[in-house]
Design a protein around this ligand. Structure first.
Ligand code: NDP
Length: 303
């Protein structure tokens, strides 16, 4: 992968996300001058899942970098569901908290749906609450899940108009696949959603002008699945061992697909950094609402 790092085919999520975070800081500082208030993001981590700890650490660091308040709650793995729900209730009422993120996955004894449903929709910066999901599919203004929002910003930066384009998504999770489909539809693409029961997956993918892979299977998408010139958005983050080294790879076989695609996101350094930028974007956007100020248009963050 390294030999291809400078190629113009590579969509550098680090550069794009850094530009967005700079804008977020600028708008956040202006909002602070106007209201004397600072947006606050509460992150709740339950247990010791190593991947979750890394994600939370990154989110907290980036929250502080843009000048927002970071409120951290680390709970033991055996915390009861009621204790967690009580904490969410407290954060819902806290005027210093504009966004609440409960890091998933939660331990098995806790019902994640119940916890996500408890978060006030206006503070639901992950965009997972049923009210926000319904608004997204109805074309109403809502908080949108961060990873698909980041993917849509990447795609918009390459192809602003998707009229006449066919987008294929592999994966139908509530976190990535389904909201991604809603966003691509809103961008006028013709959308196909694939999943584990899809027949002839490779032939369906070969029809895609834009292919979004969100599966969780290392390097599943091969070169002969790709239409020449397609835009490939690789959401997967898989830890594997190669040549006795532990590395991160996506759901797309990057080396194989590189020569066939038009553009591709690397793993790491593609979608991942955009997810965090969009978490901060959601926090800022909802802070405007909660501080009774008019939020700038989304396009202001992308100029
Ligand atoms: P889920 O496990 O919730 O969903 C995976 C989806 O892939 C399901 O819809 C499943 O189908 C489908 N699938 C599984 N096997 C196949 C197959 N053989 N052929 C076709 N489809 C298949 O995962 P997530 O959506 O949460 O995450 C997907 C990937 O994205 C993971 O690698 C995750 O780590 C990564 N991720 C990355 C983020 C980032 O910031 N970059 C953020 C979130 C996730 P079915 O519904 O039929 O079971």
């Amino acid at each position: 992968m390294d030999s291809k790092m400078n190629d113009s085919k590579i969509i550098d999520g680090k550069i794009l996300s850094s530009a967005i975070r700079k804008k977020i800081k600028k708008f956040g500082d202006e909002l602070n001058k106007k209201t004397s208030k600072v947006p606050g993001l509460a992150v709740v981590l339950v247990g010791e899942n190593p991947a979750s700890r890394v994600y939370v650490k990154n989110k907290i660091e980036k929250t502080k970098e843009v000048g927002f308040n970071s409120i951290e709650h680390r709970l033991d793995h055996d915390v009861s569901e009621k204790q967690l729900l009580d904490l969410v209730d407290k954060l819902n009422e806290d005027k210093n908290v504009q966004g609440i993120l409960v890091q998933l996955p939660l331990p098995k004894h806790i019902n994640s749906d119940k916890v996500l449903d408890k978060i006030k929709p206006i503070k639901d910066v992950d965009g997972f609450h049923a009210q926000n999901v319904g608004k997204l599919w109805s074309g109403l203004n809502s908080l949108v899940p961060c990873t698909p929002l980041g993917c849509s910003i990447i795609i918009k930066s390459i192809l602003p108009d998707l009229s006449g384009k066919h987008a294929v998504i592999i994966g139908r999770s509530n976190i990535v696949g389904k909201p991604m489909a809603a966003l691509l539809l809103a961008m006028n693409a013709t959308v196909t959603i694939c999943h584990s029961r899809t027949k002839d997956l490779n032939s369906v993918c070969k029809e895609a002008d834009i292919l979004v892979a969100a599966v969780g299977i290392p390097e599943m998408v091969k070169a002969n699945w790709i239409k020449k010139g397609a835009i490939i958005i690789d959401v997967g983050i898989n830890r594997i061992e190669k040549n006795n080294k532990k590395i991160l790879v996506g759901d797309v076989d990057y080396d194989e697909c590189f020569d066939f695609c038009g553009k591709i996101t690397p793993v790491p350094g593609g979608v991942g950094p955009m997810t965090i930028a969009c978490l901060l974007l959601n926090t800022l956007l909802t802070a405007y609402t909660q501080f009774d100020e008019k939020a700038p248009d989304l396009s202001s963050f992308l100029e």
